[in-house]
Design a protein around this ligand. Sequence first.
Ligand code: FAD
Length: 397
Amino acid sequence: MALKVIKENCTGCGLCVDVCAYSGIKINDEGVAEVTESCILCGQCVDVCPAGALMMEEKKATVEDISDYKGVMVFVEHEFGKIHSVSFELLGKGREIADNLGVSLSAMLIGAEGDSMALEVARYDVDTIYVCNSTWLKDYQTNTYVAEAENIIRTYKPEIVLIGATTLGRDFAGALAARLKTGLTADCTELSVDMEKRLLLQTRPAFGGNIMATIISPNRRPQMATVRPKVMAMPEPVKNPDVQIIQVQPVSGPQDMLLDILEFIPDTAGTVNLADADIIISGGRGMKGPENFSMLFELAELLGGAVGASRAAVDSGWMPYAHQVGQTGRTVRPKLYIACGISGAIQHLAGMQTSENIVAINKDPDAPIFKVATFGIVGDLFKVVPELIRQIKYKKQ
Ligand code: FAD
């Protein structure tokens, strides 16, 4: 988009200058409107111009020859020899997309123990695994991994590349998309396909979670998206005797490593194993204060679960951020999610609504959380939770 001034029509009336809150337009020495660097292309000036002297011009996007690109590829993330579960989740979603498009599903494995990890990846219904193995690729480093991934993508030309929205994945995906000069949609919560146009529909919350935006990448390939762990379902492993494993020669070398990694010291302070918990008991503003979370911890211990929190509870200082569930916290998909005194704002739901079973305890029968709840208990949590604890203890005796 560009804002164009049609000089012949401009009368220099200055209405455009008055309406612009960004000093994005001025009347120049010739007495006609001139667009400045501050213009944000909001189009307000176009609307007020009585002389039709301003227009928004569509800039034609460069269209690449995209017909060579086929197939769906998943980046397999690993750390200390262990594959991140989000990669398997993406292979499940990738399989669905590939089947819809009638193309193959591949995995890209960069590392030092690629061969043994490839056997694990092969169990997830993938057609081809590209393995790029070398000692200097043992640990993730942005430039070496991006160089190898760029080479694999330019050689095998997948039309879609999926990456986990983990700390590593976010770093990798952004750098890779920039290198490939293609579009990237971060933190997608839904992926589907426009079958007619063969486009990946990448849906994610936008404008503070108030709307869900579906983003497309029509002119560049591959179409790249990151997805947070636990957003997509974990597929079942299958027998896959036809999988093809292709060794790819590295294009980087030890001289390309910008860092010497001496030691990894895991940050265990304040971390909660929410992502792996099968049962999560979460508390919100309805808990009234930090001291009342002790009953949620007691319930969690009885059920073998973990304790989560809404942002309201975290912002109030009742629980550390590591416990926050939602759009700006953790995305979880436990077998059982018990929401205590949580209203069910869209940003909270974004992090837990795919849980297998949701039990909501809320005294307001109209609370939105009940719309996603499998079981709803309308009542005072200070009566319901202690009663639940009492009953479970009684049953365990
Ligand atoms: P409230 O909305 O105040 O709800 C409290 C509930 O407790 C009410 O429904 C009430 O009926 C109930 N209640 C009160 N007393 C009792 C009782 N005695 N017994 C039973 N029920 C009771 N929120 C998140 O949770 N996670 C996020 O990641 C997140 N990210 C955000 C990102 C952005 C950009 C924005 C703008 C907001 C985000 N939020 C997030 C905030 C979100 O919009 C809500 O404000 C928040 O989830 C509300 O938390 P709550 O449900 O605990 O509190």
